[in-house]
Unconditional design. Sequence first.
Length: 165
Amino acid sequence: MNKQNIQLLFHYNSWANERILRAAERVTAAQFIAPSDFPHGGLRGALVHTLFAEWLWRRRCEGVSPTERLKDEDFPTLAVLRDRWKQEETKLNLFIESLTDSQLNSPLEYKNTQGVAMREPLMWTLLAHLVNHGTQHRGEAAAILTQLGHSPGDIDLIIFLREQK
């Protein structure tokens, strides 16, 4: 995997996150925090989990192994979540821009949130996982938003690529 391909995936990731967040701006405060049957709870839970993963994997790739998790209650409103996400997106994109092909194709050692040592053979696989993981949870958020009457529209990679032309 090369830097240009990873950069493309993360541009897509930012684009898709923004579509979800824009749609989420149309829900009420009560709908934002309401529970649901999805794995991470309602809309807030799905979004916080997605943000948490972006923060966690960036930190791990930078050589830091956080043990704490982001909590839903730390984000009482969409505005608070969006502000934190914007900060994280800036840090994540700067990190992606700083990578070399050599780093992407090197092993990554880190500890999981329970402190267990882990080793992945290639950093790029973790970064691709991060985008894929976000796709899953954005899909959950999109389903919740659609149920609430606020579909974010298509968030597929191919739609992003077509819009870039």
